[in-house]
Design a protein around this ligand. Sequence first.
Ligand SMILES: [Zn+2]
Ligand SMILES: [Zn+2]
Length: 338
Amino acid sequence: MGDYHLHLHRHGRAHELDPPPGVYPAGHIEAYVEAAAARGVHELGFTEHLYRCEDAAGVLGRFWEREPVAWLADQTERFLAEDRTLNLERYVETIVDAQERGLPVLLGLEVDFFPETIDAVVEFLAPYPWDFLIGSVHWVGGWAIDHEDAVAAFDERGVDRAYEQFFALEAQLAASGAVDALAHVDVVKKHGHRPPRERTDLYDEVVTAAAGSGVAVEVSSGGLRNPAAEVYPAPALLSRFYDAGVPITLASDGHSPHQAAWGRDEVVAAARAAGYTERSQFRKRRRTQVPIESRPEGPSDLEAGGDGGAGRPAATVDDIGPEGDGEHGEHYQQRDDR
Ligand SMILES: [Zn+2]
Ligand SMILES: [Zn+2]
């Protein structure tokens, strides 16, 4: 089993128990590895946010300035000022060092998709030894579509139009060939906004684009920690991906050690319900297919806590742990995922 979407820092102001932004203390990555192993997951793909890296600010540009709705542009500018606290070089060094120490970790990145800058971003990222890249639509123009401080925009423009704009960008991302997997491909539902009728018509374009480019799609428990209360992608969308032959990765989008491999059983159940028996594994951006429950082969396999992959049941929303979503309420919970 693998978790191909993990972050080493939470968003915004650090929790008192967290390392400060950009600091990777001894044992931090090991804590993720141990938490995942306890859930039967033995391959961890870290995917820090490109937009959070100060040294990537130039290549993404001041994209919010293209946003015609002033308050949305302002919200994004404020959010970036608070959240852009990491360094790409330092992050890459940290993961490569963990690999050299024999930990079962992969070097990935969560790449923000903007049609205007994706080619420059691909070039910017080319020198690094990525195992895989995931691609995300977090912004429609300058609107941070998954941010709790910008949800009023759903009322202003209408849920259907928001879905149309979001999925148009997802389809462009899927067709671009820039990344290896699509992250939270229907994150537009995160805060519980649903069109009166499920927009399966919008699914077809992104599925066709993904099948054409060969990109995988992640099945993520992240939606279960939010008002959407559903795995990403929705069942009707994941079934379409399966029918079109689009491969999957498995993901938690965890932002702290206790979230590593969180929701494993729900993710596996969703994948199996759509028909999947295999997941994708990446090394140096080359994909192979392995059974969903398999463990990685080779020297990076971690035996500590080894339980043959059976694992214990994933935590439920209620027992996510003392640092978890429950005790800090909705606000904290929603800031925890992106
Ligand atoms: Zn994301
Ligand atoms: Zn993420």
